[in-house]
Structures are given as structure tokens and as C-alpha cells.
Write a protein that binds this ligand. Structure first.
Ligand SMILES: [Zn+2]
Length: 142
């Protein structure tokens, strides 16, 4: 018989190893749900650069904004932890916002990441000088 996809409801430890995978998958689902809630609340713009982000249709997004799909890759909606997990930031709604892939990954690449507010100001100043991901929507998204 195949092992169950979910851990037993009685709280006992399953004898197989799929629980870890299942648990991880459930966590990812939860975070992507929160990201989608935030994305809608933010009117589909990145929390930091305030440019449009996409979550399903990259080619639609690219043609709508007149950019290549390669460039559009940078603007994929991601879940951004305001307080990173490495600093015990939680996966709760209040700690997650929707940010484009570029802003998200660049923030956490720094040795000492800036606070969300300081980082947002830096990003928008750089964007205005053409020194960020190089994408500024032609008109306000909404
Ligand atoms: Zn961004």
C-alpha cells in the first residue's frame, strides 16, 4: 500500500519520510496564498519599486508593457519577508508583502539588509536614476 500523502490525524509520527516534503509543500502553499492577498492589496505593484508585478502570465505581462520576457522575469511576484526568516521573522500576513523578484533578491543579498522603509527609498531613488532593474511602466498601473 502507498504511504499517506498527509501525516496521520491522530498526531502519531508516520513511518515514512514524505511528511517532511508534505510539510514543506503546505508551507509554500500558505506563503503563496499570503503573497497573493498582499499582491491584490498592493494593486499588483511591487512593495519596494512600485512597478507592476505578475504572477501567472509572463508573456501577457511582457507584451502589455512592451518588454522582453527576460526582463519580465525580474518582475515576478514573490513573497518578501519584512523581517527575514533568518532573523526569526514569521510567515504571518503582517510580515509578508509582495515584491518583484529583483527587489526581493537584491535586498537579501546585502550583508546587512536595510530596513524595509530604507530599502524602498533606496530602490525608488535608484530606479529614478535608471540604476535599478530598468523597468518603469509607461503609465500608472491603475
Ligand atoms: Zn520591485
Amino acid at each position: 500500500m502507498r504511504a499517506e500523502a498527509h501525516p496521520p490525524r491522530d498526531g502519531s509520527t508516520p513511518a515514512h519520510t514524505t511528511m517532511t516534503n508534505c510539510h514543506w509543500r503546505c508551507e509554500l502553499n500558505k506563503i503563496s496564498k499570503i503573497r497573493n492577498i498582499r499582491r491584490r492589496q498592493q494593486n499588483d505593484v511591487c512593495y519596494y519599486c512600485r512597478q507592476p508585478i505578475w504572477h501567472r502570465e509572463i508573456s501577457d505581462f511582457a507584451s502589455r508593457h512592451g518588454i522582453t520576457t527576460k526582463k519580465a522575469t525580474l518582475l515576478k511576484a514573490t513573497a518578501e519577508h519584512l523581517v527575514p526568516r533568518s532573523e526569526c521573522g514569521s510567515d504571518a500576513l503582517h510580515n509578508i508583502v509582495a515584491a518583484c523578484w529583483f527587489c526581493n533578491s537584491t535586498r537579501h543579498r546585502a550583508k546587512q539588509p536595510l530596513s524595509p522603509d530604507a530599502y524602498g527609498m533606496k530602490v525608488r531613488a535608484r530606479l529614478a536614476k535608471g540604476r535599478w532593474h530598468g523597468f518603469v511602466a509607461r503609465s500608472e498601473p491603475r
